[in-house]
Write a protein that binds this ligand. Structure first.
Ligand code: PBG
Ligand code: ZN
Length: 326
């Protein structure tokens, strides 16, 4: 197929032809909206680095979720901000914890939206790490039991799916076993399998008050330089019983999404993280880019790389545009 016999431009002449040969089509079914729950009533605290996003008390959280459901967004990913932190993150697995309460209300008010909960300790520990400490280091195996307790308490409250984001070794099997032993074998696990130690999480840590109080997360989150290791992490999670494999962040890691898509036959999710959102919003505000076009191009590229699900702070805006274009 060489010029002049083949002319790729022939099939690009007008929108109808382009539509006919389009390989990747983003739909609202691909989107998952992350939301932040906080204690209190009537609270809607704007998150400065994430315009359009808020820390929401449960009443407002339910309203937002209902709007998302009306737009056709199939799922939300729920993060909680507790009223108290301690070394063991006990509020993460408390029956009256913020996520547990929010899930109950959400499941009462929503019709069939899927409520996924983020399972981690960092918002709940006073040191801000995703596992418990032994001196100054993170104790992997001692954290597993607590993470399983978090997942179990979420599922008992009514969560439809649990998503461990801590990056401790062995947590997927620990969570899977605990759910199964408690009659919750129908609850899927979405594993943050290839979660990189990324500076793109900055705005999220401001939103969720989850920054580590000393050191960093390099002993548990992945080194951005590694790709084969992502395959090993994902393969382990498959063996341990994960139902969905996640890559995070998305944009600097499109190659990882693509490789995991090729190697693993489970559904793949990608997390278009807070910093990726903030950069688009900031450049749009400066008048330097067309924010809406960049958003749609970004989401389409994540799907083209191989993601079946995209966790994104753009979910509402993108869903509105997709609906208009229908
Ligand atoms: C913590 C967690 C993080 C995100 C989701 N869960 C950040 C971190 O590891 O510090 C990041 C999400 C985002 O940046 O949008 N377990
Ligand atoms: Zn964490």
């Amino acid at each position: 197929m060489l010029f002049p016999d083949y002319r790729p431009r022939r099939m690009r002449q007008n929108e109808t032809l382009r539509r006919m040969i389009r390989e990747t089509v983003l739909t609202v079914d691909d989107l998952i909206l992350p939301l932040f729950a906080i204690e209190g009533k009537g609270i809607k605290n704007p998150i400065p680095s994430m315009p359009g996003h808020y820390q929401l008390s449960i009443d407002n959280l339910v309203k937002t979720a209902l709007t998302a459901e009306k737009l056709g967004i199939p799922a939300i990913m729920l993060f909680g901000l507790p009223d108290k932190k301690d070394p063991l993150g006990t509020k993460a697995y408390a029956k009256d914890g913020i996520v547990q309460k929010a899930v109950k209300d959400l499941k009462n008010k929503l019709s069939d939206m899927v409520v996924i909960t983020d399972v981690c300790l960092c918002q709940y520990t006073d040191h801000g790490h995703c596992g418990v400490l032994q001196g100054d280091t993170i104790d992997n195996d001692a954290s597993l039991d607590l993470l399983a307790k978090v997942a179990l308490s979420h599922a008992k409250a009514g969560a439809d799916m649990v998503a461990p984001s801590d990056m401790m070794d062995g947590r997927v099997s620990e969570i899977r076993e605990t759910l199964d032993e408690n009659g919750l074998s129908h609850i899927p696990v979405m594993s943050y399998s290839a979660k990189y130690c990324s500076a793109y999480y900055g705005p999220f840590r401001e939103a969720a008050h989850s920054a580590p109080q000393f050191g960093d997360r390099r002993t548990y989150q992945m080194d951005p330089s590694n790709a084969l290791e992502a395959i090993r992490e994902a393969s382990m999670d498959v063996e341990e019983g994960a139902d969905v494999i996640m890559v995070k962040p998305a944009l600097s890691y499109l190659d990882i999404i693509c490789r995991i898509r090729d190697e693993i036959d489970l559904p793949v999710a990608a997390y278009n993280v807070s910093g990726e959102y903030a950069m688009v919003k900031a450049a749009e505000k400066m008048g330097w880019i067309d924010g809406e076009k960049v958003m749609m191009e970004t989401l389409t590229s994540i799907k083209r790389a191989g993601a079946d699900m995209i966790l994104t702070y753009f979910a509402m805006e993108a869903a509105e545009i997709l609906r208009k274009n229908q």
